[in-house]
Design a protein around this ligand. Structure first.
Ligand SMILES: Cc1cc2nc3c(=O)[nH]c(=O)nc-3n(C[C@H](O)[C@H](O)[C@H](O)COP(=O)(O)OP(=O)(O)OC[C@H]3O[C@@H](n4cnc5c(N)ncnc54)[C@H](O)[C@@H]3O)c2cc1C
Length: 499
């Protein structure tokens, strides 16, 4: 049967509507913006700096700066689209307030009949949207939302038994079977620019970081490009490397991955554009493109897991794994803090933690290594690590982060088996063989030669002395012995076998 794209509210034309941007900070190929422009004579556009989220964050947060810069860019894109469509004065309205109140108030002040937004299926966002919808409807206004953030969402892909998939490979096969041009084609927003509403010149400009109560982070020092232009620039750069992705992606010292995570998170790039370029290249036999496409499918997979199994946020996906007794008390606090600070005595783990602490990025291989180390070498509850990554990652996404942690902890839907425990030294020898990554992020060890760099406690006294390293003073001794930790973990997970 031919696929059918939902055009529900489109037959009904509104005088005025409000487009509410959230995790879709771009004009190009934006589903809700397209539908708003198509179904309303005039569309106002708004972004809310949600105090419900922002007020609890530390005063320096790269994500807030990334969002603010991208909102500024979005404002520019709307002005440009308006100007080219004969609507000078079109722009973005912003508010710094609780989201529900701000949207309802804006809708009333602007006298719109409908609010348009793209789906956000995180549990708290669903609750927020339900509150907005209920209040708007009580005032006789409509709320329309659309799929934009993923290729397939919610229950679009089900098993033959009509159930959501919980195993990746059959999900991926079903995804690849169903996907076609219809699901990947771009929404031609540009055609409808004339429906943008003009806004009085006295509108308040996008607030500065200081006005939002934040201080500058090192985002610009790190040269992390923001906004749609930044996303496009990274994608262009990656397209040239995509063919090698499957060979380079596992080595943190190599520029292998796309670094597009933060752009996919905040919608400064379109997933349809990314997936379509990857699929076309994969269909021409590109192995790198096929592998990268698989990663994008993992992203859809975890998004539908969270949407269909919301208990996974906060609980083991497989409930029997919640019987595991994790380390607790002061010992757990000390071990956890050493992990957070990159002071475990395992150089690759410490280098990875330095990377996330300094840049907000961590290479995928290292996310697996550090997560496994926290849970299976230190015996710490995976939720502690999940929370730490949520605070630090620029590309933090509840569904992918939860999926990644539950995979590493073996508590997840399609996780690695509990008895598979990464050896942090052999991971280091394999994926950072010449130690380039470790030397960059743990400079105190930079002068250590070859093998000693991966396990400094085994280095010869002369090697340590000539590298200027005193173990226990300049660099920690290992906080656990991997072999002992491994044995303890197998015991810890034995409750699962009995369950
Ligand atoms: C413990 C753990 C926590 C993680 N937390 C997050 C998170 O908060 N946010 C996040 O986007 N990814 C997360 N990942 C997945 C993955 O590590 C990152 O998406 C990737 O490293 C981002 O870098 P990149 O954009 O250069 O990725 P690329 O390798 O270029 O991949 C392209 C995109 O595919 C998606 N993707 C890749 N791998 C995965 C995956 N395993 N699961 C879901 N999506 C994937 C991402 O959107 C990524 O940007 C986590 C993985 C683990 C093991």
């Amino acid at each position: 049967m031919a696929a059918f794209r939902y055009h529900g509210p489109m037959q009904k034309k509104y005088e005025t509507g409000l487009m509410w941007f959230r995790r879709d900070l771009r004009v190009q190929d934006n589903a809700a913006l397209y539908h708003a422009l198509k179904s309303c004579k005039q569309v106002y556009c708004a972004f809310v700096f949600d105090r419900g989220i922002l007020d609890s964050l530390p005063r320096i947060d790269r994500r807030v700066e990334f969002i603010r810069e991208s909102v500024l860019s979005l404002d520019g894109q709307l002005q440009e689209l308006g100007a080219s469509a004969g609507r000078p004065g079109a722009c973005l309205l912003t508010a710094h307030h609780g989201a529900v109140d701000a949207v309802v108030r804006l809708a009333a002040e602007l006298g719109v009949s409908a609010v348009f937004a793209n789906h956000d299926d995180e549990p708290q966002s669903l609750a927020r949207d339900a509150a907005v919808q209920a209040t708007l409807e009580a005032e006789g206004k409509a709320f329309h939302s659309f799929k934009d953030h993923v290729i397939f969402e919610r229950q679009e892909l089900l098993t033959q038994a009509g159930k959501p998939y919980t195993v990746f490979t059959p999900y991926k096969n079903a995804w690849l079977k169903k996907v076609d041009d219809f699901y990947l084609k771009s929404y031609p927003v540009e055609t409808y620019g004339a429906a943008l509403a003009t806004v009085s010149a006295s509108r308040r400009p996008v607030p500065s970081l200081e006005e939002l109560g934040f201080e500058a982070s090192n985002l610009s020092v790190l040269k992390i490009p923001t906004g749609s232009e930044g996303g496009a620039q990274l994608f262009e750069d990656f397209i040239a490397r995509m063919a090698q992705y499957q060979e380079t992606r596992d080595y943190p010292a190599i520029k292998g991955p796309s670094y597009l995570g933060v752009h996919l998170r905040f919608g400064t790039v379109s997933i349809r554009q990314m997936a379509s370029v990857a699929l076309n290249a994969a269909n021409l036999g590109g192995e790198g493109a096929a592998t990268w496409l698989s990663e994008l499918i993992w992203r859809d997979f975890y998004a539908q897991i969270l949407s269909n199994f919301p208990h996974a946020a906060g609980n083991a996906f497989k409930p029997e794994y919640d019987a595991i007794k994790w380390e607790s008390g002061e010992k757990a606090q000390v071990l956890f803090q050493a992990w957070c600070d990159g002071r475990t005595g395992y150089p690759l783990v410490d280098a990875a933690m330095a990377q996330i602490n300094q840049t907000g990025y961590m290479h995928n291989r290292l996310r697996m290594v550090t997560a496994s180390f926290l849970v299976k070498d230190l015996g710490i509850d995976w939720r502690w690590g999940e929370r730490y990554f949520a605070e630090k990652l620029n590309d933090f996404d509840l569904s992918a982060n939860n999926g990644g942690w539950q995979w590493a902890a073996s508590t997840g839907c399609d996780a690695q088996p509990y008895f598979r425990i990464f050896n942090p030294v052999s991971q280091s020898e394999k994926f950072d063989a010449d130690g380039k990554f470790i030397r960059k992020y743990v400079p105190v060890l930079a002068q250590l030669p070859g093998k000693a760099l991966h396990s400094p406690w085994l280095a010869k006294p002369l090697e340590l002395a000539s590298a200027g390293v005193v173990l226990g003073k300049d660099y920690p001794l290992p906080i656990v012995q991997h072999d002992e930790a491994r044995a303890l973990t197998l015991q810890r997970y034995a409750v699962v076998k009995k369950a």
